[in-house]
Design a protein around this ligand. Structure first.
Ligand code: NAI
Length: 332
């Protein structure tokens, strides 16, 4: 199967190389069509995203990408946002689960956050009223709320999850968040087999820290989802361990949730596990679940030995070192 590969900026080339090495070691039938985007492309070709990248994603329907540095002061607001908008990737899905026997404050964290990816305060409608006043408009529509909430419920049903929690601040933003919640209540009636829970975002943040095991599937708007998923990453060992995917109707771009980490780029220090778990999400979706489980179990075994830990986990291992350890734990 051919998929588009975007290596990205910063640590992107290092973690995508780790991912390719694991694909090679397992003999997974994936052919990468490599087209880059971001700063390196801008320096050579004067644009951040090439038309042939759009064409490749349109054709292959699946892409996997490393992080891309957001240019400050010129170009797009964010290349990532641009890609999501171009392909209408409305669902940002982030599973939050401990990938190994790490010494963490909490056990049993296993939740999936569905974040609406296209509207809310990220719609980019801002207005400078004067040098002392600026406005951002929050956009919530019935259609876009409905498709993300349905996606969360469908996922819950398909994956034998029991509960969907809808997260808003509808007590204050009665019209915008009120609409999102109203749609949630309507959609939940179509899924009587799944428990439906309404929570406010501030309470959710506290409960995620006090009692994260109570959560199952969460569905929320763009800004709350962005913040809560980083909070979730903190619960399970940090950004270096968190996979993700952006999905539209028939196109998906798989990417871990961290950025290009310029502070450690090019130093062989990045943790490749987030990228490898992102690959697992892709394999789950293309009926290669067995291979995905092999990688997950190799990661679990690797994290059982602290000498494998990279710096973000408190160890001294390198990107290539931990990748080789994971490969040696693949057991084939
Ligand atoms: P960041 O996620 O790149 O880094 C935050 C901290 O986490 C840094 O200390 C970094 O070293 C560490 N970190 C991140 N990933 C790691 C990994 N795999 N292994 C070990 N440590 C890791 O966030 P930051 O610094 O806010 O953003 C840097 C750039 O990345 C910005 O230009 C931002 O716009 C972009 N970005 C891109 C994303 C994407 O392409 N999807 C997502 C988030 C940010």
């Amino acid at each position: 199967m051919k998929i588009t590969l975007i290596r990205g900026d910063g640590i992107g080339p290092e973690i995508t190389a780790a991912m390719e090495k694991v694909v090679g070691a397992l003999g997974i039938d994936l052919e990468f069509e490599e087209i880059n985007a971001g700063l390196s492309v801008f320096e050579e070709e004067g644009v951040y995203i090439l038309q042939r990248l759009f064409d490749s994603i349109n054709k292959n329907k699946i892409a996997i990408k490393g992080p891309i540095t957001t240019p400050i002061g010129h170009g797009f607001r964010s290349i990532n946002v641009e890609l999501r908008k171009k392909f209408d990737l409305f669902a940002n899905i982030r599973p939050i689960k401990v990938p190994g026997p790490l010494e963490l404050k909490f056990d049993g964290v296993d939740m999936v956050i569905f974040r609406e990816n296209t509207e809310d305060l990220y719609a980019g409608i801002e207005e400078k009223i004067s040098s002392d006043e600026a406005h951002s408009i929050k956009v919530i529509t019935r259609e876009k709320s409905q498709r993300i909430i349905e996606k969360a419920f469908e996922y819950a049903r398909k994956n034998a999850r029991n509960k969907v929690s809808i997260i808003t601040k509808a007590n204050i933003m009665k019209l915008s968040d009120g609409l999102f919640l109203e749609v949630g209540r309507e959609v939940s009636k179509k899924f009587p087999d799944i428990e439906f829970e309404e929570l406010l975002v501030d309470n959710t943040a506290m409960q995620m820290v006090m009692n994260p095991g109570r959560f199952d599937v969460l569905v929320t708007e763009n800004l709350y989802g962005d913040i809560l998923s980083d909070l979730g990453a903190g619960l399970v060992g940090g950004l270096g361990l968190m996979p993700g995917v952006n999905k539209g109707k028939d196109i998906a771009i798989y990417e871990s949730i961290h950025g290009s980490a310029p502070d450690i780029a090019g130093k062989n220090l990045a943790n490749p596990i987030a990228m490898l778990l992102t690959l697992c999400l892709l394999l789950d979706d293309i009926n290669e679940k067995e291979k995905a489980e092999k990688i997950r179990s190799a990661i679990y075994k690797t994290l059982a030995d602290k000498k494998n830990y990279t710096r973000d986990l408190g160890g001294e291992n390198t990107t290539t070192g931990i990748t080789d350890a994971i490969i040696s734990n693949l057991g084939n």
